[in-house]
Design a protein around this ligand. Structure first.
Ligand code: ATP
Length: 311
């Protein structure tokens, strides 16, 4: 029986700006999202009946119906009944609770994989719409590459490919941050500064930190892009986690084009122009931090989302 093997890349946020509240209770956001080549590998195999079986090599990933990959399979069965069941095998390479959209990219892989397995012929935007019902980052994980994400994160505009940049990712193994906690705390601390009306939100978008970053991205100006990295959630996560703040400072001291926390953290990334510079930065950081709890990865920006392994 055929196995579909999918590559499910992590994402980093080159920018995450919180604009205000939305009527649906979520935050209105402006984000610039970037896929990197640190990826989970997802195998899908057809099963009889409507069974969904889930396996993962990482002990901290839930194997029940709460797993986002499982939820994606349930969603596909609901929309496309009588197609059968699926065995999902996740090889987890993306750290968990890291701000790298690990769960979201697994779910995106299941959507893309079942579309292929069941021969559904769904369009990219149909897959993104299905993904948006499960989680705000899933549409981007389906699309991948570099993209502007607005609304909850589901309103996507593709941006030029930046695959000439590298990112060293750094995360303390023992540290994770809950995304709902980060947004809730941000609202508690900064809710009074939110743009309240649609007009005020539009004005904030037009005048915000995304403007110079988007200009740099649209010009593929790899010298300028690292100057305009931005993440509002650093304002709540860094004070709570001084180790992450120290890591970010250390990246700056050691030397990189620019550094920022990704999403709700606690992963910090630092940008370089070449793989050799990224490898050197990783080695230097490992040496100066001298902490076995700190994990580092050299990654390259990538121009696509979920891919079949053979593609
Ligand atoms: P995001 O950047 O989208 O906020 P994250 O990288 O911070 O996500 P995840 O790695 O997706 O966080 O994990 C968050 C929580 O989701 C975990 O604590 C885990 O229990 C749960 N989870 C559900 N499905 C998965 C999955 N397939 N892989 C990893 N975690 C999952």
């Amino acid at each position: 029986m055929q196995t579909y093997t999918l590559i499910a890349p992590a994402k980093i946020n080159l920018l995450l700006e919180i604009i205000g509240d939305r009527p649906d209770g979520f935050h209105e956001l402006v984000m610039v999202m970037q896929s990197v080549d640190l990826a989970d590998i997802i195998d899908l195999k057809a099963l009889p009946n409507d069974q969904i079986q889930l396996h993962c090599n990482h002990p901290d990933v839930p194997l029940d119906a709460s797993n986002l990959a499982h939820r994606a399979a349930v969603l596909m069965q609901k929309h496309f009944p009588d197609r059968g069941g699926v065995e999902i095998i996740i090889q987890k390479n993306i750290p968990i609770g890291a701000g790298l959209a690990g769960g979201s990219t697994d779910a995106a892989a299941v959507l893309v994989g079942l579309d292929l397995m069941w021969n559904l012929g769904l369009t990219q935007s149909e897959l993104q719409e299905l993904g948006a019902t499960l989680g705000s980052d899933i549409p981007f994980c389906v699309l991948g590459g570099t993209a502007l994400a607005m609304g909850r994160g589901e309103d996507l505009t593709p941006l030029p490919n930046l695959d000439q940049l590298y990112a060293v990712l750094a995360k303390y193994r023992s540290l994770s941050v809950s995304t709902p906690w980060a947004y809730k705390t941000y609202r508690q601390q900064f809710g009074e500064t939110y743009a309240q009306t649609p007009e005020a939100q539009e004005q904030r978008r037009r005048e915000g930190p995304s403007v110079p970053l988007l200009t740099a991205v649209n010009h593929k100006d790899t010298a300028q892009i690292p100057q305009y990295l931005y993440n509002d959630l650093e304002r709540v996560v860094l004070p709570q986690h001084p180790k992450v703040s120290a890591l970010r400072k250390k990246f700056k001291q050691v030397g990189c084009l620019g550094t920022m926390m990704s999403g709700s953290g606690p992963t910090v990334f630092a940008l370089t122009k070449t793989q050799a510079e990224a490898e050197a930065l990783k080695t230097q950081l490992q040496a100066v931090m001298g902490d076995p709890d700190l994990e580092l990865w050299v990654t390259q920006f990538c121009g696509s989302g979920i891919q079949l392994e053979s593609a």
